[in-house]
Design a binder for this molecule. Structure first.
Ligand code: OSB
Ligand code: MG
Length: 368
């Protein structure tokens, strides 16, 4: 961004979740995040590191991200040096990038969405539902979200808990709502083939897509599935960089991409979006259980025109309860979430909430 970086504060926050969120790989009972607050020559900016507490979804954890920031990324950033010689640690880097962009755009009075050239005033709301043992309970949850106006319901699935989950969700959701499945890479290729054979036999299931059926590195397996099944395949975990996104597209390993701004960073997310547009590949905005800080960045990016599919943009209440988010809550209105219009992210943590949720805090400067 060109601005001199003076000081960084890292806030490790912990927010209670309204209900535990179970995927094929991990159950999240409380939401941990690392907020990055920068002070630059332009002013103050915020970013959220969306790495999770455990390495079940991606290798990089919150603790990894903190050390990568403290020991590698921030010393370079304080020195005004390029970050290009640090490999990986994309979530740590993304949080810092977001905070620097936020500070710059606040100084310019420009919203992140406007800066990105994203002009949708609001984004269609979609919600993710964790695995629940009791299908009757799941039907009630689905009905609640449909009632709230969500346009897309994404059900977590795993081998052994898939077809019944999706059938119950479709029955509760009715025919209008988009229904998707997210396997979080939990199927071997032959298991995935059986899954698609079964779901494609059920009339009216009409899945929008299945997210990440096989392992993140299994590009060849996903390419086979794209060739052999009718249901659209969406890659999530696989998409760690612009180059990998291009690779997945040229190898025909996906019909759609879930673009995670928290993981890729704002500029790379925009570039993956542009790659999807050029390659005529569908894209959806992917969530990471963000607090309001990360959710603001997610919505600004999701306002870009190449997001052709409804993704994971849900209201603050979904995960944190009515007044549980760190920022003023994002609310669902007529099936949509408004894209912030204020300068930068357009939101910031409410000081008392932040203080209440912070479990560790450290201040880093150029001289340590
Ligand atoms: O696989 O899409 C995923 C949450 C954390 C990490 C990975 C994923 C998810 C979700 C929730 O599915 C999406 C959301 O934030 O609504
Ligand atoms: Mg996913």
């Amino acid at each position: 961004m060109g601005d001199a970086l003076h000081e960084v504060e890292l806030f490790r926050v912990r927010l209670p979740l309204v209900t535990p969120f179970r995927t094929a790989r991990v159950t999240t009972a409380v939401k941990d995040a690392l907020l990055v607050r920068v002070r630059t020559s332009a002013g103050i900016g915020w970013g959220e590191c969306t790495a999770q507490a455990t390495p079940a979804y991606e290798g990089e954890t919150i603790d990894d991200a903190r050390l990568a920031l403290r020991d590698h990324l921030l010393p370079r950033a304080f020195a005004g040096a390029d970050l290009g010689d640090v490999r990986g640690h994309t979530s740590a880097r993304a949080a810092l990038e977001c905070a620097l962009i936020d500070a710059r755009l606040r100084a310019e009075g420009l919203s992140l969405a406007a800066w990105l050239g994203a002009s949708r005033p609001a984004v269609d709301a979609g919600v993710a539902i964790g695995l629940v043992a009791d299908l009757d309970a799941m039907r009630r949850i689905v009905a609640t979200y449909v009632e709230a106006g969500y346009k897309r319901i994404k059900c977590k699935i795993e081998p052994g808990h898939d077809v019944a989950v999706l059938t119950a969700a479709r029955a509760a959701a009715g025919p209008e709502v988009l229904l998707a499945a997210d396997a979080n890479g939990s199927y071997a290729l032959d298991e995935a083939r059986r899954l698609f054979a079964e779901i494609e036999e059920i009339d009216d299931l009409a899945l929008q897509c299945v997210e990440q059926p096989c392992a993140p590195e299994a590009l060849a397996d996903h390419a086979l599935l794209v060739e052999q099944v009718r249901t659209p395949i969406c890659l999530d975990e696989t998409i760690t960089s612009v180059a990998v996104a291009k690779d997945a597209i040229v190898r025909c390993a996906c019909d759609a991409l879930a673009i995670k701004v928290g993981r890729l960073g704002i500029e790379a997310a925009k570039r993956v979006h542009d790659t999807c547009v050029r390659g005529a590949i569908d894209a959806l905005p992917g969530g990471m259980l963000e607090t309001g800080v990360g959710r603001a960045a997610l919505l600004a990016v999701a306002a870009l025109p190449g997001f052709t599919l409804v993704g994971d943009c849900s209201a603050s209440e979904r995960f944190f309860g009515v007044d549980g988010d760190l920022t003023a809550p994002f609310v669902i209105d007529d099936g949509k979430l408004r894209v912030p219009t204020g300068p930068g992210l357009g939101v910031e943590p409410i000081p008392e909430r932040l203080a209440r949720c912070t479990i560790a805090r450290e201040r880093l400067t150029a001289r340590r």
